[in-house]
Design a protein around this ligand. Structure first.
Ligand code: IVH
Length: 715
């Protein structure tokens, strides 16, 4: 670039103001140019180290001459990478994930579960389609009146990023379709072939650019380019395998659907097969596994789907995964390396997890340096010692694990590993391990800085508050400077900015007016939050996303939930040892009876409400936020919405599982025991004490026939 200042090699301390000013101007333009080359054109001209040197020079100049800092200063643009540039789109039909099967037993269980749910008789056939699970990126293509109008990534399943123009560059995706319904959405996987990946990396290497770790990353990096002409230059391909929104059905079975896709000009995977029963699909699995290495694209398992759409519909979903499909994963990939050291990680609830620090090793194409050792018992069982040679394995997205020790002849000479008695946190609190539990915990609770920080990062994580620009790194920085200790502090950041003995955020290294402003704005935007995210964000032990959603839907509003949980906590405090929920109290029993909750989770929830410091945090959040009521369970105005139903006895026309799922999909809450809060009891054959109890309490009962009629009416 012309105009390069001659003073660049002069130490900053010796520069005149005028020379510094000139350099700052040049640096602003030069760094912006390299940013464009790197992020948008994927064609950097300088090495990362040289680029960093330019940025460091810029910062040093700005520190020495703060008045000369420019409006377009590069220090304001940190983090402004590719990710931010895409429009968000809401998926009309959510993009779901799949449950996993890891061995043949899991697959047989899956088939048995499906058969049971559908109440199939022994000789009833049940067809599946088995097809490779492509290791790429899932995408959704939307056609309106036969024209491709929108393409999106999966994102979090409900909301993805709009990448229409980038997808248009993929030759395999037709621009127009003949004879499809007005709205026609089709879903599949974008991927890069192994050979194209190798060739791309070779080009990257020759150009001195960063290499991609595997074809999947290369595909992701190529699709998520703001400049579609870069995507065009990358050889992406696409297999289609599922329907999204459709204004009219196009097939009655998945198999017929795949055929229809092919007729329309889409690519579907040639290895897909339709077959009947567990043994037949396992046969397909073995065949596909044998071919795996020879395929020119990565696959990480085989997906089994119930073929008939009417059965899929009946089976429905649990949480975010269909009951009618499962992914059978290939065995994890393994490698040997040396375990250099065992460290301890403190989790959000104080759980201490031993972590193996390894000599880096490539496992299935990814470099692994750390692996979990789970807990104290696992270390003892495997007798893992520092310095040992070990086998590590990686399966899908899960954290790598240490499988076993390989005897290198010196294992016995190494000292046995001793689990620490004190938390690695500065408090050095005692480690406690409740009887019967595998997990050791730091007893410092909220006073332990590790736990505090983990709670904060959980609070802002993707499925919780998901505040843009506030990732783990930023939270840690605020935490270390004492600006946020608990979640409500996040919402006071702006009001307290520059007032707590720290300079205003805009003056921090790596920040500027614009990025600070953006962060504050993102925080403001999250002052309104759906109840289920709020409940999940609290980080109560055992309460994942699905349970948080269940709680939100069951209690409806934060006020109601808070009040009922406090009540349940009071009840529990009086009878801490009682095993029967009904004998503890009404609010506690109601909680335990929500499907899938039970005593152990209920105790963790009421345990949370029994702690004064948690209530303080909760109340402080309540003052700062508007928590949106949860929609009544879907089913809307169905007469079952919000009703509590109990099934008892054996049902003949459908399995208990299907009955429960149907009731829930119509908005009912299904519980296991009859109380005065039960709205009605569906009584099957040979019903016992529950039917009697319903009569005693005057709760309405329905016969199975009544129930079937009710469902029929609501269809
Ligand atoms: S079906 C409702 N079929 O796997 C079911 N998914 O773990 C929708 N995937 O997000 C998915 N190959 O990205 C299906 N043949 C295949 C697949 C496949 C890869 C991915 C997909 C999904 C993930 C779930």
């Amino acid at each position: 670039m012309s105009g390069k200042p001659g003073s660049l090699d002069t130490p900053v301390e010796m520069l005149t103001r005028a020379a510094a000013k000139k350099e700052l101007k040049w640096l602003a333009q030069e760094i912006a140019r390299h940013d464009r080359l790197y992020h948008q054109q994927d064609a950097p001209e300088i090495s990362d180290a040289d680029y960093d040197a330019l940025r460091r020079r810029n910062e040093a100049l700005e520190t020495r001459f703060p008045d000369e800092k420019r409006k377009d200063s590069p220090s304001e643009t940190v983090g402004a990478e590719v990710a931010s540039g895409f429009r968000k789109v809401r998926h009309a039909v959510p993009m779901l994930s799949l449950g996993n099967a890891f061995d043949e037993e899991d697959v047989r269980d899956f088939v048995a579960r499906v058969r049971r749910f559908l109440s199939l008789k022994e000789d009833d056939a049940l067809a599946f389609v088995a097809e490779p699970k492509i290791d790429g990126l899932s995408i959704s293509l939307r056609y309106e009146r036969g024209v491709f109008v929108q393409g999106a990534t999966r994102g979090d399943g409900s909301e993805g990023e709009e990448v229409t123009e980038n997808l248009r560059t993929i030759a395999e995706i037709p621009e127009r379709l003949e004879g499809v319904p007005e709205v026609f959405e089709v879903r599949g996987e974008v991927y890069m072939t192994k050979s194209d990946f190798l060739a791309l990396n070779e080009r990257q290497e020759q150009a001195g650019r960063k290499l991609f770790a595997n074809p999947r990353n290369a595909a992701a990096g190529s699709l998520r380019q703001l400049d579609a002409s870069i995507t065009r230059a990358r050889p992406l391909r696409c297999f289609l395998y599922a329907a999204g929104e459709l204004s009219e059905p196009v097939a009655e079975t998945h198999w017929a659907y795949l055929e229809r896709l092919r007729e329309l000009g889409f690519r579907t995977n040639p290895l897909a097969e339709r077959c009947d029963g567990a043994e037949a699909i396992l046969e397909v699995y073995r065949r596909i596994e044998k071919q795996r290495a020879e395929l020119d694209y990565d696959i990480d398992g085989v997906v089994y789907k119930v073929d008939r759409y009417d059965l899929q519909q009946r089976l429905g979903f649990v949480s975010r995964a269909p009951r009618w499909a499962i992914a059978h994963k290939f065995a994890a990939e393994r490698a040997e390396t040396v375990l250099e050291r065992i460290g301890i990680q403190v989790g959000r609830t104080g759980a201490l997890t031993p972590v193996a620090h390894l000599t880096p090793v490539t496992v299935g194409g990814v470099v692994v340096q750390r692996a979990t050792l789970h807990n104290q018992d696992e270390i003892r069982r495997k007798d893992v010692r520092e310095g040992d040679r070990v086998v590590v394995q990686r399966a899908g997205d899960v954290i790598p694990q240490v499988v076993e020790v390989v005897d290198d002849g010196h294992h016995a000479e190494r000292p046995e590993y001793r689990f620490p008695e004190h938390c690695p946190c500065p408090l050095r609190t005692e480690v406690v391990r409740p009887e019967g539990e595998a997990v050791s915990r730091c007893s410092g609770e909220l006073a332990c800085p590790h736990q505090q920080l983990r709670r904060l990062t959980h609070f802002v994580s993707r499925d919780a508050f998901d505040i843009e620009g506030l990732g783990d790194k930023q939270v840690q920085a605020f935490f270390e400077r004492g600006l946020i200790a608990t979640p409500p502090d996040i919402f006071d950041l702006q009001a307290n900015d520059g007032k707590q003995g720290e300079p205003p955020l805009a003056e921090w290294e790596g920040w500027g007016e614009r990025s600070a402003g953006n962060l504050f704005q993102a925080i403001e935007a999250r002052r309104r939050i759906p109840l289920e995210r709020f409940v999940y964000a609290l980080g109560i032990r055992q309460i994942g996303q699905a349970t948080a959603r269940l709680l939100a839907r069951s209690y409806g509003s934060l006020d109601e939930w808070h009040a009922r949980m406090s009540e349940a906590a009071r009840e529990r405090a009086e009878k801490p040892e009682e095993k029967k929920p009904e004998l503890v109290g009404e609010a506690y029993a109601e909680l335990c009876n929500l499907s899938g909750i039970g005593v152990s989770m209920a105790d963790d929830i009421v345990g949370f409400f029994a702690e004064a410091h948690n209530l303080e945090v909760l109340e402080a959040l309540e003052q700062r936020l508007t928590v949106e009521d949860a929609a009544a369970p879907s089913g809307g105005d169905s007469p079952l919405a919000g009703k509590t139903v109990v099934f008892t006895g054996s049902l003949e026309t459908m399995s208990r599982g299907e009955a429960k799922a149907r009731a829930e999909s119509l908005g009912a809450k299904v519980t296991g025991s009859v109380s005065k809060n039960t709205d009605f009891v569906v009584v099957g054959a040979d019903a016992g004490s529950k039917a009697k109890k319903a009569q005693e309490l005057g709760v309405e009962t329905l016969s199975e026939e009544d129930w079937a009629k009710l469902l029929e009416r609501l269809r």
